[in-house]
Design a protein. Structure first.
Length: 248
């Protein structure tokens, strides 16, 4: 592979997508490609079809390297297109035990376009994810410059109170996740502004991303979420669809 030293390599002006693959079928592929094209439009990375990032090219890659249960990553810069794959890092124990987390000291910039796209300006996320693991927890939760809850380092966040779903609104400064969008379309969810002091009012909490699916979040700092009824119902429904209709 020849890597071109363009603005993506030098300055992080690039985008990427991480797509779940089940039985060699990419999940929510069209949604991922639409989001990647949106980022390409914002950061002047070109048209995906012209860059050979298409359903056919992805199928060709997957046919050359079978993925039973893992992830396909697409990296796009002005002059580079990179496909890679890896196994899923999430285990049955993660879902059984639930994740624990803490509030990050780094603030999300709700005025920056980088906040709303999966870009190669991903250093804050990686450093805080590593810090979480080193601290013996699974995730860090970002607040924005106003102290409002945004998202995790690699996840969107949802809360449950009296069986009702809540999630931070996009304007707080967060990635419009693929699975987040699916949940908003499928269930009655209130997008709202939330602060750390609101955490004690919720019964349940869970995280989402394309690869982990729906992950119970057991704790944020010293606030514990002991209920999982709604979370488990949503996860069961999603898994049934995910397994029965890979490549949806």
């Amino acid at each position: 592979m020849n890597l071109h030293i363009d603005d993506g390599v030098q300055f992080g002006l690039g985008a990427f997508e991480t797509i779940a693959v089940e039985k060699n079928k990419p999940v929510f592929l069209e949604r991922h490609l639409q989001r990647l094209q949106h980022a390409a439009d914002v950061f002047d990375l070109g048209n995906l079809e012209n860059r050979q990032v298409t359903v056919n090219s992805i199928e060709d890659y997957l046919n050359s390297t079978y993925i039973e249960h893992g992830a396909l990553k697409i990296i796009l810069t002005k002059e580079n297109v990179i496909f890679s794959d890896r196994k899923s890092p999430y285990t049955s124990a993660h879902y059984e035990n639930g994740f624990t987390s803490a509030i990050s000291s780094i603030r999300r910039n709700e005025t920056s376009p980088f906040t709303f796209h999966k870009t190669l300006n991903y250093g804050d996320n990686i450093l805080e994810k590593r810090a979480a693991i080193n601290a013996g927890i699974n995730e860090k939760i970002f607040l924005n410059t106003k102290g409002q809850i945004c998202e995790g380092t690699v996840s969107n966040i949802f809360f449950v109170k009296e069986k009702k779903l809540y999630t931070p609104t996009l304007s707080c400064g967060l990635l419009p996740g693929i699975l987040r969008a699916y949940i908003l379309e499928t269930y009655d969810v209130k997008e709202t502004i939330l602060y750390p002091e609101d955490l004690v009012t919720f019964d349940e909490c869970f995280l989402t991303n394309s690869l982990m699916g729906i992950m119970p979040l057991f704790q944020i700092e010293n606030v514990a979420f002991k209920e999982r009824t709604v979370t488990n119902q949503l996860r069961k429904s999603y898994l049934e669809m995910y397994v029965n209709h890979p490549g949806m």
